[in-house]
Write a protein that binds this ligand. Structure first.
Ligand SMILES: C[S@@+](CC[C@H](N)C(=O)[O-])C[C@H]1O[C@@H](n2cnc3c(N)ncnc32)[C@H](O)[C@@H]1O
Length: 258
């Protein structure tokens, strides 16, 4: 059991939160987390982040700046209940085509229902598959997005090379993930909130705090900004940069398939 961050050299594949696991077990454990939280996922996101996740997601889509002309497509991996894909289609004024890919059918079922309510079923496809083995041909998409998803994928290096493969030349990767806070005092307040309040809120709202302990611990294990940027570069991406949000609570990495 260790709360040390992993590095570009690896480690996430063998950690389930702070517990060391056999890499072959990790995906099953993660899937059981999202099976348990799917129906309350969106509500809990608001409660855990005080609504901040909405601003970070808006900022991600603003940086992507999807074109408002037809023919452009995005793959949103670990897309869950559809937040990023819906924002992209709406920002493109309905011109973009989005594919939400997730390994968890329960999360996708919530996403499909939400797409229906928002009148977006014509613009968004839902695909149940693994980020480590994408069921698409090479050079299929103009952009690849992933928000708060990559840290749950056991073999992040495989997911990043799959991202590179399915992007067209000139295509872009944007990855939003919780990261390392670089503001004194905020780091301690954030730590107290994460390890005490979040599992407690999870227990009250969903009757089960364990999935939220995993989510918080996995945030702490994820490589910090520079290390993750090195992993993105190692997958072949160029012009790799990142922006911190809320003092580094979240970071948005960008890379291009040049
Ligand atoms: C924290 S949720 C993020 C959902 C959404 N992107 C958002 O920002 O609200 C993480 C998602 O990653 C998905 N996931 C975990 N492992 C995956 C994998 N190997 N391939 C695809 N999706 C995966 C989970 O099923 C879950 O829906």
């Amino acid at each position: 059991m260790s709360g040390e961050r992993t590095t570009a050299g690896g480690g996430m594949e063998a950690s389930y939160g702070f517990s060391a696991v056999d890499p072959s077990q990790k995906q099953g454990l993660v899937n059981s987390v999202f099976d348990r939280v799917a129906s309350r996922y969106d509500l809990m996101n608001d409660m855990m982040s005080g609504g901040l996740h909405r601003l970070w997601k808006d900022a991600m889509v603003a940086w992507l700046n999807p074109p408002k002309t037809p023919g452009w497509s995005v793959l949103d991996v670990a897309g869950g209940t559809g937040d990023i894909a819906f924002r992209i289609v709406e920002a493109s004024r309905g011109a973009a085509r989005a594919t939400v890919l997730d390994i968890n059918g329960a999360m996708l079922a919530v996403g499909r229902e939400r797409a229906d309510k928002r009148g977006l079923v014509e613009s968004v496809d839902f695909v149940e598959a693994n980020a480590e083995e994408l069921p698409f041909a090479d050079a299929s998409f103009d952009a690849y997005t992933v928000a708060f998803g990559i840290r749950n994928v056991p073999r992040i290096d495989l997911a990043l090379s799959e991202a590179f493969r399915v992007l067209k030349r000139g295509g872009r990767l944007l990855c939003l993930e919780f990261s390392e806070v670089d503001v004194p005092l905020l780091d301690r307040a954030y730590e107290a909130w994460s390890f005490n309040a979040i599992p407690a809120i999870g227990r009250v709202v969903t009757g089960d705090g364990e999935p939220y302990s995993y989510l918080v611990e996995s945030i702490r294990k994820f490589p910090k900004q520079e290390e993750f940027a090195a992993m993105v570069r190692a997958a072949g991406f160029g012009r790799v940069t990142w922006r911190n949000y809320s003092g580094g609570i979240a970071a948005l990495h960008s890379g291009w398939k040049l």
